[in-house]
Design a protein around this ligand. Structure first.
Ligand SMILES: [Zn+2]
Length: 220
C-alpha cells in the first residue's frame, strides 16, 4: 500500500499558498512509476500553479520494495524522528499496524537515510545487486588510497555511481566536481565481503543507518 497526503505549500517566490500532494509511503510494486520519479527528483518537486516557480520540497517518506525486501525511510536529520522511525522499522510501533506486518519480517533490509541523495544512492546500489554495507566499507578503503594519491584534494562526498557505460564505480567529489573515480570490481567486492562478513553481522546499526560513519566505526 502507498499512502498519500495533501499539504499546504507557500511558494517562496509569489508567497501564494497551494495544495501539494506528498507521499507518506511508496510501494514501488504498486506505484512503479514512483521509482523513476525519486531517482530523477521529480517526486519532491513543487511547481507553483500561480507563477510556475519550481522548488524542491523535503518531506519524510518510506520507500518500500517488496521484491527486494527493502525499506528505506527518508527522514529529516533529527534524532527524535530517527529514533521513532527505527522503532517503527523494528515492528515495535503502533504505526506498523497500518502495514502488513508479515512483510516486515525476516530477510528484510531496513535503512534510514537523511537526504534524497542518500536514498537515490541506496536504490542504485541495490539495483546493481550489491550490499550497501559492503559498498560503505569499500568507500572507506578507497578513501585511504585516495588520500595518498591526491593529498591536496578535499573530499566532500564519496558516492556510488553508474558510469554512462554502466560501470559501477566510487566517485570522489570536491565541491561540485568529481575529481576521481575508482571502479568497484567483483574481486574487490568479494574480498571485502569475505574479510568483513562477521564484523558486519556483529555490528548492526541501532538506527538502521549504514553510512560512512558506520563503516568507520567497524574498522576501529
Ligand atoms: Zn508562486
Amino acid at each position: 500500500m502507498s499512502k498519500r497526503n495533501t499539504v499546504k505549500i507557500t511558494c517562496p517566490k509569489c508567497k501564494k499558498e497551494s495544495d501539494y500532494l506528498i507521499w507518506e509511503s511508496i510501494n514501488i510494486q504498486l506505484d512503479p512509476e514512483m521509482k523513476e520519479r525519486i531517482l530523477n527528483g521529480e517526486a519532491f518537486l513543487f511547481k507553483c500553479p500561480d507563477c510556475g516557480n519550481e522548488v524542491y520540497v523535503n518531506y519524510p517518506v518510506l520507500y518500500h520494495d517488496m521484491e527486494k525486501k527493502m525499506m528505506i525511510y527518508l527522514l529529516p536529520d533529527d534524532e527524535k524522528e530517527i529514533k521513532s522511525a527505527a522503532k517503527f522499522m523494528s515492528g515495535m510501533d503502533e504505526r506498523s499496524a497500518g502495514l502488513d506486518l508479515s512483510v516486515i519480517a525476516e530477510g528484510y533490509s531496513n535503512r534510514i537515510v537523511t537526504s534524497l541523495r542518500e536514498l537515490q544512492e541506496k536504490i542504485y546500489i541495490s539495483d546493481a545487486g550489491y550490499d550497501d554495507r559492503i559498498i560503505e566499507i569499500i568507500k572507506m578503503l578507497y578513501l585511504g588510497m585516495m588520500a595518498e594519491k591526491t593529498p591536496d584534494k578535499k573530499v566532500d562526498e564519496i558516492l556510488f555511481d553508474f558510469g554512462n557505460d554502466g560501470e559501477h564505480k566510487i566517485i570522489f567529489v570536491e565541491g561540485e566536481n568529481v575529481f576521481a573515480s575508482v571502479p568497484v570490481n567483483e574481486e574487490v567486492y568479494n574480498d571485502v565481503q569475505d574479510a568483513f562478513k562477521e564484523r558486519i553481522e556483529n555490528n548492526p546499526s541501532k538506527y538502521f543507518i549504514y553510512d560512512f560513519a558506520w563503516a568507520r566505526s567497524l574498522l576501529k
